[in-house]
Structures are given as structure tokens and as C-alpha cells.
Write a protein that binds this ligand. Sequence first.
Ligand SMILES: O=C(O)CCC(=O)C(=O)O
Ligand SMILES: [Fe+2]
Length: 171
Amino acid sequence: MLFESFQIPQEQYESLSSSNTHLLRFLKYKTPEDNDTVIRFPSHTDKNFTTIVVQHDVGGLEVRTKDDDWISVESAPSQFLFMAGYGAMNRIKACHHRVKHCGDKDRYSLGMFTFNNGVFQVPKELVDESHPLLYNQFDSRGFIRFYNTPEAKKAESPIKAYCGVKISIYI
Ligand SMILES: O=C(O)CCC(=O)C(=O)O
Ligand SMILES: [Fe+2]
């Protein structure tokens, strides 16, 4: 669906979408000991390709907008948040998100993390004069290993630090 929305022909994305691995993770956040609002999962972007999160009963998930405001994602049975993980599609930015959890109830959420296997390359349909190539092709598993290094941790954008296209200006 994601590739189709950018009018990428099926033969182009088939190899990308057929070599994915999905990880379904249940998360439980115990009732906080004090009653102040607590950041339970600090702001981050995911290191996989895309993520779907659904919250059960207790909300708290927030996403950061391009103006650096935080907006909360409603917790409703029919509400799923679909977000870009490393955001190497050239057009879609990685989604910064966090979890704030307060009150007197445990919080449960369910996340489905989709990983690319092998080498990821920005589809050429997403590169043009207004959208120059931002990322060199990279090994998705290699990026996961890089993500836990001190270099990635101090980078504003781990994916840019790993495989961002470096622009040289000659004067
Ligand atoms: O628990 C949530 O709502 C989000 C969890 C999350 O962001 C993560 O596991 O990467
Ligand atoms: Fe996350």
C-alpha cells in the first residue's frame, strides 16, 4: 500500500515487500509508583522499516510533529498508529514517538515491527530534482547493529549517520 501510494510499479516493490520479517511484541507498563506524569519510553525512532502500534485502554503514546510539538494518539480499539521506522524512503521521515504513562492502571500495547531483510535501496521513483537521493543503499541488519553503537546514539538521525548521502561542495 505504501509503495502503491507513490505509484511505484508492482515489479519494483515486490522484491522489497516479499523479503520482510514481522515481529509482534506485547508491552506492559506497570502502574507508576508516583502519580506524576512519567515518560515511560523516551523519544525515539524505531530501527525497523515500519511499525504499527495499538494501545489497549490506557493511552500515552505521543508523536512529534515537524514543528516539534507532541500530539497524543487516542487509545481506541479501532485506532492503529502506522509509522515509518528508519525513514529511508527519501520522502517519509522517521517518526519520533514516546510513551507517557501516569495514573493508577497498568498500560498494555501491541506493536508490530516490520524489518527488511537484505539490502534496502530507495526506489528510483522517489528520487527526482525536488527530492534528491538522501540515502545510499544499505544492509538493513547492518543498520540494526549500528543503531546500538555510541556513534548512532549521539546522532540526530541514526539512518543519516549510517548511510546518508554526503554532499561535497567545492568552491
Ligand atoms: O508502547 C507503545 O505504545 C510504543 C512502544 C514503542 O514505541 C516501541 O516499542 O518501540
Ligand atoms: Fe517505538
